[in-house]
Design a protein. Structure first.
Length: 319
């Protein structure tokens, strides 16, 4: 495709920043709308790290996140979607839309979809290798909505405190009676009402976690010199939305830093859309896909308002 010039101010109709479930779903939709889209995939999708998901409809035996992403990339390739392994570091408005700066190159488009996702706060006291091993084996889990079923009647700990830790522990209580809320560094910060809520639910309280190790079958938390072994640990330490590019454009954010969108996935900046975990809401693959379908359709219709989309006849195309 020719580079952007004064006569050809954009080299794509849309830029999709993020190659996870939201970004790839949007890419497939847009390609089937005959919309020129470019996908930037920095390789940091949380979905790709899921060992296996069993609550995504259509996969009764479950599917690994990496396999799901590979299938989605293969599907996008059938429609000649271009995916580049680059990280967009700067996003700016231009007279004709947007300019994305990535790895020394600048890409221009009339519209942009942010599908940049979010990043979990990992447990302290774990090496990167320990973290990856624990995640792959299911001893470390981040989403009780996704996989709470898998810890039914197992020994489970929630690493956290305050409202977030209390809420995650009480949510998981419907899956198991063997549940402990372990304090992160700094100790527990629980109100009297929260302590009463945990006690009423039969959730044990433990002190500050000082180290985390892995045995052959368990994840072991050192709490004040006592080794507490669990089948799975859920960190309830929060996450950060990857909303930095939205900030560069002055888009409205929620109090927790997620991108605010309307019912059609439009942000507060004209021509900028967002879908998936970067948006306020439930962090689920199915939700990300659904929002991406809405966003892609909205982008198509908004672009058509700017310039009618007309398919040339075959004879004219050949000429």
């Amino acid at each position: 495709m020719p580079p952007a010039t004064d006569n050809n101010p954009v080299d794509h109709d849309c830029l999709i920043i993020g190659g996870g479930p939201a970004g790839l779903t949007a890419a497939i939709y847009l390609a089937r709308f005959h919309i020129r889209a470019l996908v930037f995939d920095s390789g940091h999708s949380r979905a790709a790290r899921i060992p296996i998901t069993r609550n995504l409809a259509g996969f009764p035996q479950g599917i690994a996140g990496s396999d799901l992403m590979a299938r989605m990339r293969d599907q996008a390739a059938q429609y000649d979607v271009t995916i580049i392994g680059s990280t967009v570091t700067r996003l700016a408005r231009t007279a004709h839309g947007f300019a994305a700066h990535a790895d020394g190159s600048v890409h221009h488009a009339r519209a942009v979809l942010l599908a940049t996702g979010a990043v979990n706060h990992p447990p302290p006291r774990m090496t990167a290798r320990q973290h990856d091993l624990a995640l792959a084996s299911g001893r470390l889990r981040y989403c009780p909505i996704c996989d709470g079923y898998e810890v039914t009647d197992r020994r489970v700990a929630v690493l956290g405190t305050g409202r977030r830790g209390c809420d995650e522990a009480t949510f998981l209580r419907s899956y198991t009676a063997d549940l402990t809320l372990v304090a992160p560094p700094g100790g527990h910060r629980l109100s009297a009402a929260q302590r009463a809520e945990l006690a009423e639910a039969g959730i044990a309280l433990a002190g500050t976690c000082r180290a985390i190790t892995l045995s052959e079958t368990a994840i072991v938390l050192d709490v004040g010199g006592t080794a507490l072994a669990f089948d799975s640990v859920y960190p309830a330490l929060g996450l950060d939305s990857r909303s930095g590019l939205a900030v560069q454009l002055g888009a409205k954010l929620s109090r927790d830093g997620s991108v605010v969108v309307d019912a059609h996935q439009r942000t507060s900046v004209a021509g900028l859309y967002a879908a998936g975990d970067v948006v306020v809401g439930l962090d689920q693959i199915s939700r990300a896909m659904g929002e991406a379908g809405v966003a892609a359709t909205t982008m198509r219709n908004d672009l058509a308002q700017q310039s009618p989309l007309r398919r040339r006849s075959r004879s004219r195309a050949r000429g």
